[in-house]
Design a protein around this ligand. Sequence first.
Ligand SMILES: [Zn+2]
Length: 269
Amino acid sequence: MSNSSLVDFTLISPNSTNPRNKKISKITIHHMAGNLTVEKCGEVFQNKKRQVSSNYGVGTDGRVGLYVEEKNRSWASANRDNDNMAVTIEVANDGGANWHVSDVALAKTIELCTDICKRNGIKRLNFTGDKTGNLTMHRYFAATACPGDYLASNFPYIADEVNKRLTQKELTATPEIVECLQKRGIITNPGLWNVKCESDINAYWLARKIANLTKNKERSAKLESVNDIVRELNYRGIMTDSMLWLSLLEKDKDLYWLANKGCNMTVNL
Ligand SMILES: [Zn+2]
């Protein structure tokens, strides 16, 4: 059993039962009831007296913490059965009303849930509004406000977005990629892009990555400079060789256009 590669910070908590005694089949999303960084949350879970932990945490900045390895049972939901079956995630509140969480944290939570489902063979996240589903809330098991009204109201959205990603087939053929980009209004000249993708491996790579992004939310502040665009696409794992892409985007206005559109249209992978 593996842990997520999305993890930015690890601090293993002593508060867990090792190993869990059931196969992972559920996810339980909690809120931190505060704007804790993943480091601070990890510190809280170091305290044995508190007897609490979660498998993962997501900060307001979208960073991910690992506190209890997936193979072990976290002490999160006041229900042994649930925690034996569930991977538990604590999400930071950004200070907004109704225990709001940031868009970045919400997007990262969706990405993390998708990753957990893929690695553990969970085909679909079913939100039923009660404990019979495999996306559960702390408040189903204890008298608590957790996960807060804002996150709770987003559970159907989270399940939908995860399921979209689980069923999405990756587009790999140039004509499908170009058609998809045209339909989404990212490009207007399919002839040009068909030729370009067939003759230029970097153009094909970028077009394929961007065509396979799931459109989520428009960014509020658009990224314009080549530096910012490359940094963003690099951060999202779309590009790995920053030097190469800095020079490609400086030289080629069509590639710049595609990269600009791609990084400004979507918040998450
Ligand atoms: Zn909770």
